[in-house]
Write a protein that binds this ligand. Sequence first.
Ligand SMILES: C[S@@+](CC[C@H](N)C(=O)[O-])C[C@H]1O[C@@H](n2cnc3c(N)ncnc32)[C@H](O)[C@@H]1O
Length: 390
Amino acid sequence: MNNFINLISDALSDGTFINAVFSNPRKSDDFKKITAAPITMNHSLYIQFTRFKDNKAFHENVQVHEASDFILSHCAGFKQIQCFTALHDYHILVNKKGKATIQAKPPSKKSPVSISHNRKKSYILDTPTSAPFLKALDIMDANGQIKPSKYDKYKQINRYLEIVSDTLEVLPTSSLRIVDFGCGKSYLTFALYHYLNTILGRKAVVIGLDLKEDVIAFCNDLSKKLGFNDLNFQVGDIGHYTTDQQIDMVVSLHACNTATDSALLKAISWQSKVILAVPCCHHEAYMQIHNETLDTVLKYGLLKERMAALITDGMRANMLETVGYKVNVVEFIDMVHTPKNILLRAVLKSSVNFDQTSYKKYEELCHMLNLDLSLAKLLKEDPLYADYLR
Ligand SMILES: C[S@@+](CC[C@H](N)C(=O)[O-])C[C@H]1O[C@@H](n2cnc3c(N)ncnc32)[C@H](O)[C@@H]1O
């Protein structure tokens, strides 16, 4: 979806939308202008779209949750959009290819109708100004406003913190240690540290690990500038990382291909209470997967890629359950932003457990699909599990 439609749809769902004007149509025989504004009818809230043509106005009222679809089908052909929200005034220019340039200014209007009806989405980082790391990572501007081009990132950070908050009750309250494997530029690592230490006042030591020296140097520098004393970054390969400290939570977000398996293995062998993993690039299964019956579908590269990804993640989830974790598979962020949006949330139920029935099913599926995946291979070499996996 185009980013300006995302922006309007976010304002609609957050309850901050005031009105919008779509003008300057690309085709001369189209409607000259379309306006959108909330109205209440019979105590229900609608968005009224008014289309102007030949000095006539045509009204259409649509329910708030259908407004983005209306915009997508009727308003995408305009070159210029002004959108007023309670947070920003947006001036949007859309080029021929549909690419939007978005300028945000402080809000000039107050909402005449409360669109929220208690629907206003409350984010964990709802006062961005109190989270200076957002500015340092270029998500927030100098005036404390989230940059329009970074709004998706801001939403992703908040979604991540919501998922973290759901796991807090199983984590130690006194102090905790977390490792973020494949932390990259560490938007989410900084957010995690800020949330636990600054917002919740818990004492969390967070270590970010990545292969890239320059990225790690940048993150350590930033951590120092922000005074995040217990947030440290190290250069290294997940598979070789060792520690003699108890690690309560392991995070691995978008680490490539089998790097996720190395991270899961570390967490399992440390018996970490919580694992959050968003796998990415499932080349291993893609290269192996084969089944004569399924070849009718697997011959299409894109479908093979998607199926390889879903099956790998399903099998990872199953393997985590086999070794004693309770696993939820949840959407990380909206599917419109990226197909890589599956998050495995695993919470340790019982330590050093092994469910033979579950593993037998895993093996059957491997056999059926010609798979020999890394997590099981790594566990076969782990002293805790080697005896269980033949
Ligand atoms: C796509 S980035 C994701 C960054 C961050 N976690 C996020 O979600 O925004 C993946 C990162 O994983 C790192 N990575 C991949 N394999 C790794 C390994 N074996 N050990 C350490 N880091 C690894 C890469 O260097 C890269 O920075």
